[in-house]
Design a protein around this ligand. Sequence first.
Ligand code: PLP
Length: 465
Amino acid sequence: MDGKVLDNDITKVVEADRAHVWHHLIQHAPWTGPDPKADPRIIVEGRGMRVWDQKGKEHIDAVSGGVWTVNVGYGRERIANAVRDQLIQLPYFAGSTGSIPGALFSEKLISKMPGMSRVYYTNSGSEANEKAFKMVRQIAHKRYGGKKHKILYRDRDYHGTTITTLSAGGQSERGAQYGPYTPGFVSVPHCLEYRAQWDLSGEEYGLAAANAIEEVILREGPDTVGAICLEPVTAGGGVIVPPEGYWPRVQEICRKYDILLHIDEVVCGLGRTGTWFGYQHYGIEPDFVTMAKGVASGYAAIACCVTNEKVFELFRDDMTDPMNYFRDISTFGGCTAGPAAALENMAIIEEENLLDNTVAMGEYMLDQLKALQDKHEVIGQVRGKGLFLGAELVSDRSTKEPVDEKLAQAVVGDCNAQGVIIGVTNRSIPGFNNTLCYSPALIATKDDIDQIVEATDKALTKVFG
Ligand code: PLP
């Protein structure tokens, strides 16, 4: 562990975890975790792309902290120092009051988002999305007598874990058993050409997938639809990059029917795909952009709902109306650690040219994974953008039958045993199971990528022969 000695008695830590921590996203067997005999994994330390667990075992982290978050890697003392200095100066003040890092980070962020102008601070990606939904609803009430209140979301996309964001969620496993849901959310078809819904390809496929949105709008009534919320590259739904032709048509449809375009950049934001934001690959002009994970690379909790001036103006167009403002607050939106960390995070991305590295290493990793696909029949498709990549596993390439999810888990487990942490996207979504998921920090080198791909190669050979 880099020569460092643990301060805590790790046996006690493991006991405390076993006894009291309710872990996220896992079925708890009699103790915690899928294997009752195994210890829970506790990550103790991180440096760069690597983390060490409670047994001192080194892992290369190919998923940036488990869920696409630690974009600039571990051990960034300058972020820690900036947060420390800020906490000593002023940790917190909320309500309608501002803070120095809040103002400076918003200015810096907006400088990378032409066309956008206002930053609303929140705590999590789910909450940032709910803020946008609330704004859409309030605009509907102010402008359209409450009628233009429906919000469209896409099958396979995920926008968060609260009941309302689950109501806007296209992943059945996540939402099941948490109803009744918030009304007014309507799904549109996904756009993964690999699992084609139309007998078309390339740009024509993209246009068909976008036109399917228009059909839903016409079915629901354009005067009832206020916004559409989309991931630029779908993350947990299977790392889905929309086909050519999709985004310009989506933008056109939004303009035609006066529908606000909300892009959920919770995963793609702050460099993951090689541009500051995923939507910037496609030349579209959103009305809302929400972001969370990479904003401060997990060094502090911060999320934002960013709007353009058109949206902001709608909340101050009638100063004689005392209700005419966004009547919302986020207690921890007043924490200064978040924007202080986020400012340093952006400075690191700029100074170390991490966007360029993400493009170059993303292309390299895509090629390496494609070479694995040539070798392993079980890889049906490799896809992704920047350092955000997926390899979908199928038991038969011609039918695209997904492999048994236990086998996909076995691949992840074997990589883990080799000291490489990779992910697998939502397991129980019919037809979308089992996409191995890679999102290393934006500092990844060819050597790091080779290690990750080699471990996957060995794991695939072991599990599938
Ligand atoms: N949006 C997307 C695309 C996500 O992937 C996630 C979380 O994984 C969220 C929103 C929710 O973010 P949070 O977990 O911070 O609430």
